[in-house]
Every structure is written in C-alpha cells, then in structure tokens.
Design a protein around this ligand. Structure first.
Ligand SMILES: [Zn+2]
Length: 246
C-alpha cells in the first residue's frame, strides 16, 4: 500500500505521520529521526543506493554507476517480515521535473518493493509506504497512480495575546497571521493546535475534491493531541543525504 500525505507548510502533516508511527507494532524505516521509538530506524543512503562498476577505461580508471540496493531490503524483509517505509519531503527524492535522473529510477525500484514489504505479518498489520510532501505537483505520476490512500492535511492554530484576552483560530493556509495583537499591540503566541485530515481512496478522488468540490473523501476528522508529537522528531534532509548523486 502507498499512502500520500499532502499539506502546506505548517499543516502538521509530518507530525500526523509521526503520531501514527508511535502506534504501529511493526518496524519503521524513515528519513525522520524520532526520539524514544526503538522500532523506528533511520534510512541511510547506502540502504538505497549501491555503486556498481560500469566499465574500466583504457587507462585502468574504473567508471561506476549507481543502482537500487535491492539486496539490503530483500534481507530486511526476510528478517523482519512486513515493515513501514516513511519518506518525508518525498519531492526531493523523486522529482517529476527530472524524470530520467538515476535517483528517480532507484526510488521507483524501491516503491516496487511494496508487495514484499506489504505482506501481512503475525500482528495482522500490513506494511506500507508513506510519502509526505508539501509539493504535490512535483511528485512523480507513478507514485500517484499507485497510491491507495491520500491524506490532505490542514493545521489549525490558536494564537493568543500575551497581555490581553484576545485570541484567534487560524489555519496554515491563511496568509495573514496575527503575530501582533490587533487590540493592544502586544505579541501573540501559539497556544493550541488541531490537525484536520481528509482521507481519499485514490489520487483521482483527492483531485475530484479539489477541482470539482466533490465530497469524495472516505474519512474526515481532527487530531487534538498533535502538540505532544512536535518535539519528537527531526526530518533528515534528502538533499544533504543524496546530494552526491544528483
Ligand atoms: Zn492584546
């Protein structure tokens, strides 16, 4: 199963996934570094990418190419059974603007492992890929077509004045934020967070919601305890991690 998690900056999309990661019983591999979760493992570049000798030049210099490190994941599946793979900032890994890049091919091969990692284990839980991004348009069409779950995420925050009793709820999609109290000019601060999620069974259903206003979601709800997850993770930037290969 592939889940796509969309939402603009400040929506709480990553926090909502970290929250789900705390509730799973099977191993998770992710580029999100989590604290206090022994079942979550950080993905290192060599888990994805393997250098392979392409040819040797006449003067004896080796020329290497890179390919997907399939052996690593086959072994993990044998060891662990099913697992979750969670990739934050996914647009940095598989960018629709450079469809021929070697990294795109490697990530496509990784996603093709979905059937193996998605087997149901003894806990009755199915492994999955979860791909998180704020730049939906830059996600490759293959991932969109394979997705069987799409989440749209909206962050709601209440800002309160530090001096008077003014406070206001706003979403992350509103351009004007009340950093300064409109009543007394004192500073405001964020005091409450709620994350709203809509779930769709396919990318097509998600698009119908946005472009035709169809109520095509199968679930709509709110996460009220999201604030307790904000300090439990740190996303490792792919650009740093894979930058040698672009
Ligand atoms: Zn005030």
């Amino acid at each position: 199963m592939i889940s796509l998690i969309f939402g603009n900056l400040g929506s709480g999309k990553t926090a909502s996934v970290v929250r789900a990661m705390t509730k799973t019983r099977i191993p998770v591999f992710s580029n999100i570094r989590c604290s206090g979760m022994d079942h979550v493992h950080v993905i290192e570049p060599d888990m994805l990418i393997k250098e392979k000798l392409l040819k040797v030049k006449k003067d004896g210099t080796p020329v290497n190419t890179i390919e997907f490190n399939e052996a690593f994941w086959k072994e993990k599946v044998q060891q662990l059974g099913s697992m979750h793979i969670v990739l934050d900032e996914f647009h940095l890994m598989m960018d629709a603007r450079r469809p021929t890049a070697k990294i795109n091919k490697i990530v496509a091969d990784f996603l093709a492992m979905g059937r193996r990692i998605g087997q149901v284990n003894t806990e009755g839980e199915q492994g999955s890929f979860t791909l998180i991004t704020q730049l939906e348009r830059r996600v490759d069409i293959i991932s969109k077509e394979l997705a069987t779950n799409v989440q749209w995420t909206i962050g709601h925050k209440r800002r309160a004045c530090t001096k008077c009793d003014f406070s206001v709820w706003q979403t992350n999609e509103e351009p004007k934020q009340f950093f300064i109290c409109p009543r007394c000019d004192a500073n405001t601060k964020e005091v409450d967070w709620v994350v709203e999620i809509f779930l769709f069974q396919s990318y097509q259903a998600y698009m119908a919601f946005f472009h035709q206003g169809v109520r095509s979601y199968y679930f709509h709800g709110f996460i009220h305890d999201i604030a307790s997850y904000f300090n439990r993770y740190d996303t490792r930037q792919w650009e740093d991690m894979l930058h040698n290969y672009y």
